[in-house]
Design a protein around this ligand. Structure first.
Ligand code: NAD
Ligand code: 0WE
Length: 262
């Protein structure tokens, strides 16, 4: 019997089959979870529907997290279809493209507001709107990146947004803990997804990562999916308020170790 048999999950952030959210969805489905999905806009709906259908999803709804009304409508639908949420997976980030290149000092008021609203506030808004559907034993999971802790060139305002997201994980964990609801984040190494495509310097960052990381490789959406499975299942029953690194050990290394052959 699967680890997640009988559990209901809501997954936000699948754009295509390269998405981290898709790697997570596949791992949760493999263990018997019943999953619902959201998308933003008609272009992504055409991508998400077939993927969600292949995992027998009963709920596929639009949700742009910049809209309280869309979040509210989504949660009403979840209440009708599932009535409860055992797993809430937030795999959403957005900053205006101009903010993700060049000097951090160029950050605009509007660019800051957008990045923090979509990438960090949305987790708070979703948990709030889910309300009592998050039952005792439920797990909330979000995705972050180490650019929140150390400077990654060009990540800029997204680094600030991820710092806010990680702090939000801790505050939410304290608020929801007494209800038996856990809140955690996975900090993933760089992965070639839609959100990483066309980012200046991503290719070189991605290649350097595999040279430096202790495991000498990049991270896959399957790696992240399996860690997510642990955090969403009762195997992690006393883990909350945690930022779990799925980064092949990259964070631990200050400078390249060089080739073991010397
Ligand atoms: P992705 O492009 O596949 O997913 C990003 C998702 O965010 C998309 O599905 C998009 O529709 C959604 N989104 C953007 N604006 C939205 C809005 N207003 N409302 C609702 N959804 C919105 O890319 P990904 O890399 O899988 O990103 C998922 C998460 O993983 C993000 O939080 C990202 O910061 C994080 N992450 C990515 C990497 C990486 O290298 N790819 C590394 C660490 C963490
Ligand atoms: O969190 C992310 C990606 C976040 C992201 C990506 C985009 C690209 C397209 C947010 N908003 C947008 N807006 C767009 O218009 N990552 C962890 C992947 C990533 O993005 C980088 C990175 C890495 C790693 C940007 C600059 C430098 C490194």
């Amino acid at each position: 019997m699967g680890l997640l048999e009988g559990k209901k999950g809501l997954i936000l952030g699948v754009a295509n089959d390269h998405s981290i959210a898709w790697g997570i969805a596949q791992a949760l489905h493999r263990e018997g979870a019943d999953l619902g999905f959201t998308y933003v806009g008609e272009a992504l709906e055409r991508r998400v529907r077939p993927l969600a259908t292949s995992l027998e999803a009963k709920l596929i709804e639009p949700c742009d997290v910049s809209s309280d009304a869309q979040i509210e409508t989504l949660m009403q639908r979840v209440r009708e279809v599932y009535g409860r949420i055992d797993m809430l997976v937030h795999a959403i980030a957005f900053a205006n493209r101009d903010e993700l290149s060049g000097s951090f000092l160029k950050t605009t008021r509007e660019g800051f507001r957008t990045a923090l609203e979509i990438s960090a506030y949305s987790l708070i808004a979703l948990v709030k709107a889910a309300g009592d559907m998050l039952v005792p034993g439920a797990s909330v999971l979000t995705l972050t990146y180490h650019g929140s802790q150390q400077v990654t060139p060009n990540y800029n305002v997204m680094g600030v947004a991820k710092a806010a997201l990680e702090a939000s994980v801790r505050y939410l964990a304290v608020d929801l803990g007494p209800r038996g609801v856990r809140v955690n984040a996975i900090s993933a190494g760089p992965i070639r997804t839609l959100a990483a495509s066309g980012i200046g310097g991503f290719r070189s960052l991605y290649r350097q990562f595999a040279d430096i990381a202790p495991l000498r490789r990049n991270v896959t959406i399957e790696d992240v999916g399996n860690a997510a499975l642990w955090l969403c299942s009762d195997l992690s029953s006393a883990v909350t308020s945690e930022i779990v690194y799925v980064d092949a050990g990259f964070r631990t290394v200050g400078v390249g170790l060089g080739d073991a052959e010397g």
